[in-house]
Design a binder for this molecule. Structure first.
Ligand code: AMP
Length: 286
């Protein structure tokens, strides 16, 4: 018999209770489970995390990719509504990358849910300040995903450094038995970090979006040369030379505690920039 297309589909679990029952079976059987949490619209950045998950789980372990556009981390309703959701293509990609299970719940919250994760140090500045409530949503959904998938490891991207730091903290502070692994940022040829939001950029905006990575390059050069006077102002000025660009923030901070520091070698720089209506973020160590 020639196998039909069903044969080639990645196992997909949509029901949270069924996911947890499966995870409990894996636990009883002593399986190693590595989770890659995503909001879907998968791109090369997400895909780069899958081999790291495979390495953590081992050849016989289980790699789970979760795909869930988490409503509680969006502070702008339109942003949530318009977030891309190409689930069929995502599942195909997961199959091709050797993922064992896609966890794609429709909803993860009770209507009257009243419990959240509230981290109070690393989540205050930058994204936490610009997007009120964002990290409460992120922390809460990650703990929920961990409780449903029971992963031995979970893989996150450096692209969202502050988010990864928050998750490390929450995992440590709440004694969650999951090892957190962080994979490097994957970039397009001109340095723009891969992001699900890049599809919203028109051709001209897409070209202008390279300004984020260029600003990181300028900051690295300035630190190297000791030319630090007015650096933040100069970076903002150079980014906003692009007609569609409006800087939300440029920050230098210590990469563990997220406290603001002077630009220097070893510090990290993060920035958020609107290119037209699309808000992009990036960061790197200087
Ligand atoms: P998201 O779907 O945007 O919530 O991202 C899911 C995971 O993929 C997060 O851990 C992100 O940090 C990570 N990620 C997103 N973009 C990239 C990228 N360009 N390179 C590496 N990891 C990324």
């Amino acid at each position: 018999m020639i196998p039909g297309p069903f044969f080639y589909r990645v196992k997909t679990i949509c029901n949270p209770a069924a996911m947890q029952r499966q995870a409990q079976r894996w636990k009883r059987e002593g399986e190693r489970v590595a989770l890659v949490p995503t909001m879907g619209a998968l791109h090369a950045g997400h895909v780069s995390l899958i081999p790291r998950a495979r390495k953590a789980a081992g050849v016989n372990g289980i790699v789970v990719v979760s795909i869930y556009v988490n409503p509680t981390q969006f502070n702008v309703a339109k942003d949530l509504r318009s977030y891309p959701r190409p689930l069929a293509a995502d599942k195909k990609l997961c199959y091709a990358e050797g993922v064992d299970v896609v966890f794609a719940p429709k909803s993860l919250y009770e209507n009257d849910a009243s419990t959240t994760i509230n981290e109070t140090v690393v989540s205050l500045g930058m994204e936490g300040e610009s997007r009120q409530g964002h990290f409460r949503g992120v922390g809460t959904v990650v703990v929920k995903l961990f409780n449903l998938v029971l992963p031995t490891s979970a893989i996150f991207g450096e692209k969202d450094w502050q988010q990864a730091s928050l998750i490390r903290r929450v995992t440590r502070d709440l004694n969650l038995p999951t090892r957190i692994i962080i994979g490097p940022t994957v970039r397009e040829a001109d340095g723009l970090a891969c992001s699900s939001r890049n599809v919203f950029l028109n051709k001209s905006e897409r070209q202008q979006a390279a300004a984020l990575w260029q600003a990181i390059g300028l900051a690295r050069a300035a630190v190297h040369n000791g030319n630090l006077r007015g650096l933040k102002r100069r970076l903002i000025h150079s980014i906003e030379q692009q007609p569609a660009a409006k800087v939300d923030y440029v920050e230098f901070f210590d990469e563990k505690m997220m406290r603001p520091v002077k630009p220097m070698k070893g510090a990290r720089m993060a920035l958020a920039v609107f290119i037209g209506k699309t808000r992009l973020i990036d960061n790197a160590r200087l």
